[in-house]
Design a protein around this ligand. Structure first.
Ligand code: FES
Length: 177
């Protein structure tokens, strides 16, 4: 996914600021990456390069850590962050099928963001409401006993909501002309 010049600059500045407050060396790698993830919501390649240089760690090691741990994202999160619970209860109730339904409908893999940045998809550990399994979060909204048909329904509802917002904006702009 292409980042804008502003996003790249922000990523580099964030990496520099965070790395400056840690000692160089591999021991600082995870805390530094965690702070960058918390600030930006993801850890882009430009930030990884910067971290590698500043901590004096091979770039390949930085990349290995970011891709190994689920907590790190490589791409910016979407406006709607879809999190599919893959805890034991949800897994037993078909969580994998739900995850694959989202992947197919959005045409992305877990950990990715759609090109229009509308959706990102993640798998998460138990979110604490196992009786409602399988569970999906869309931003902070909890959806219980999700089925592939419900995935379609959610996407349809999002599309309608988006069209309403865009329609409202067009009317406002028309009124301002
Ligand atoms: S396993 Fe999904 S909510 Fe607990």
């Amino acid at each position: 996914m292409q980042l804008t010049a502003e996003e790249k600059q922000l990523a580099v500045e964030t990496a520099r600021r965070v790395a400056a407050s840690h000692r160089p060396g591999k021991g600082s790698l995870i805390p530094v990456l965690q702070e960058i993830q918390a600030d930006l919501g993801y850890v882009p390649a430009v930030a990884m390069q910067e971290v590698a240089q500043l901590l004096n760690v091979p770039a390949v090691d930085v990349y290995a850590v970011v891709t190994f741990y689920n907590q790190f994202r490589l791409t910016p999160p979407g406006r709607r962050q879809v999190k599919v619970c893959m805890g034991t209860a949800c897994h037993m109730k078909g969580g994998q099928i739900i995850l694959e339904s989202w992947e197919r409908r959005l045409n992305i893999k877990v950990g990715e963001t759609t090109p229009d940045r509308e959706y990102s998809l993640e798998r998460v550990a138990c979110v604490g409401c196992c009786t409602m399994a399988p569970v999906v979060l869309v931003n902070e909204e909890v959806h219980a006993k999700v089925t592939p048909t419900r995935v379609d329904g959610l996407l349809f509802a999002h599309q309608l909501a988006k069209e309403q917002v865009e329609g409202g904006k067009a009317i406002e702009q028309g009124g301002n002309d």
